[in-house]
Design a protein around this ligand. Structure first.
Ligand SMILES: *Cc1c(COP(=O)(O)O)cnc(C)c1O
Length: 466
């Protein structure tokens, strides 16, 4: 106790610390308030250390202040390498934007923009005007509006067309998308009464017809984005359903989820329903995401009949779900790329990554294996492996894309593998892979900047070596 007591007395005060040249120098970079806060915390850490019997030197406290400030300065929303093999990874921010979209977003951030201002007439305009005509041109829809994300689009459509009424959905389509987006709960919050029809695996036209009444607000068809029901199944196509509901003067809404504006089979991928097809099949409204296959920023699009879009725009909830100028600028620029489908795969990162050939990715694996091997300093085996990428974000859930990657296997399995993954996450630009059968796999499909990747490896220190 004697030792601790005298050591406590020996601890410098906050003022004494701030007068230390090495600490004073930090004020220029971080400001007095932040440095004072870090000094207080470092002194508290020192007192804790003394209490547990350690001895403390002033240099240790100074180093702690440095570390605390560096830690607090670093953004938590940091760029990472997505080598998980899931191209549109929801937890890693889904689509990476095209340079054109980035430039447009930057310009909108820096200056005032004609967001709700008609430059032609000098009078008030509408924020949807910037994308409406483009979306209509690309989808064949009569009208369109844009909101925060597709979940918001679905919520808004239900609340506008089915408030206090029934929304009819097949039991095979009552989806849950990650992050608590569950169709029955969204319906409840939207004020619609869920009317389930059919069974999990089979829903027939007569199931829908039997459920339609004066109580029906709308019929909702939901694209089963993240699962597939196989075997003894039956569903009613959107086209058939449109005929059934229109006969009764009821609206059909088709929630496509990912939805795409181009036929993916032109790019060597499996076919996913396009928005244009969903519109042509007779849905009154179609909803889809901006940051899934479309490859833009987070957004939700509602396209379809003019009178229904007008009703949606009159709903006060629309105001709460609208998008800001930055994303609107990025959306406009992204959509414009679709006017030139021939160059789309070069310019839109999502499509470029999805369309990469195995041969190209394999060649990249060959180039990157040696520097990776050097970085892990021989403790870990590095092998070129073939693997399967996924599109992600609920597009073509069963479809995988043949890919190539690097498998890192540390000796000792379990704990060593965890330490290795951690060491790659600790890099200045964290590298996120996936752990599979005792190895850390880096699927290279989504790796664009090889030089950046190699440069980053120079900071690799460890985990595995321990
Ligand atoms: C992804 C998805 C949603 C939610 O879209 P967000 O853009 O994530 O809000 C809704 N419905 C379906 C069918 C989906 O696939």
């Amino acid at each position: 106790m004697q030792v601790a007591g005298s050591a406590f007395r020996d601890l410098p005060s906050v003022d004494q610390m701030l007068r230390q040249p090495l600490i004073a120098a930090l004020i220029d970079d971080h400001g007095r308030q932040a440095v004072t806060g870090a000094v207080r915390d470092a002194l508290a850490n020192a007192r804790d250390a003394l209490r547990s019997g350690a001895s403390i030197h002033v240099d240790t406290i100074i180093a702690d202040v440095h570390d605390l400030l560096a830690d607090r300065q670093r953004a938590t929303l940091r760029p990472v390498f997505n080598l998980t093999g899931t191209v549109l990874h929801t937890n890693l921010g889904r689509a990476v934007l095209a340079e054109e979209a980035i430039a447009a977003a930057l310009a909108a951030m820096r200056d005032p923009v004609a967001l709700e201002f008609d430059l032609e007439t000098g009078t008030r305009g509408e924020r949807d005007d910037h994308v409406r005509d483009l979306i209509c041109e690309l989808t064949g829809a009569e009208d369109a509006t844009i909101v925060n994300n597709n979940a918001a689009a679905v919520l808004l459509v239900l609340n506008t067309l089915a408030l206090g009424k029934e929304a009819v959905v097949s039991r095979g389509e009552l989806i849950e998308i990650g992050g608590a987006f569950r169709m029955p709960e969204i319906m409840e919050r939207a004020g619609a009464k869920l009317r389930e029809v059919g069974t999990t695996n089979r829903t027939h036209a007569r199931d829908y017809t039997g459920a339609l009444s004066a109580e029906t607000g709308l019929v909702l068809k939901v694209h089963t984005s993240n699962y597939r029901i196989e075997g003894f199944t039956a569903e009613v196509s959107a086209r058939e359903l449109a005929a059934i509901v229109h006969d009764k003067g009821i609206h059909l809404v088709n929630d496509l989820g990912s939805g795409t504006l181009v036929d993916l089979s032109h790019y060597g991928l499996a076919k996913e329903p396009t928005v244009r097809e969903a519109v042509a099949d007779g849905a009154d409204l179609v909803t889809f995401s901006g940051d899934k296959l479309l490859g833009g920023p987070q957004a939700g699009f509602i396209v379809g009949r003019k009178d229904l879009i007008a009703a949606i725009n009159r709903n006060p909830m629309k105001r709460a779900l609208r998008v800001d100028k930055i994303r609107l600028a990025a959306c406009e620029a992204t959509l414009k790329l679709y006017r030139d489908p021939d160059r789309l795969a070069e310019r839109l990162p999502t499509l470029r990554l999805l369309a990469r050939s195995v041969a190209e990715i394999e060649a990249q694996a060959q180039r990157l294996a040696p520097p990776l091997h050097r970085a892990v300093a021989g403790h870990v085996t590095v092998e070129i492996v073939s693997c399967q990428s996924q599109i992600g974000s609920g597009a073509l859930p069963l479809e995988t894309l043949p890919s190539a990657g690097l498998a890192l296997t540390p000796p000792g399995g379990g704990k060593a593998l965890e330490a290795l993954s951690r060491a790659f996450r600790d890099l200045p630009k964290p590298i996120i892979g996936r752990v599979e059968r005792g190895a850390l796999i880096f699927d290279l499909r989504s790796l664009s900047d090889e030089a950046d990747f190699i440069c980053n490896l120079a900071s690799f220190s460890g985990g595995a070596a321990a």
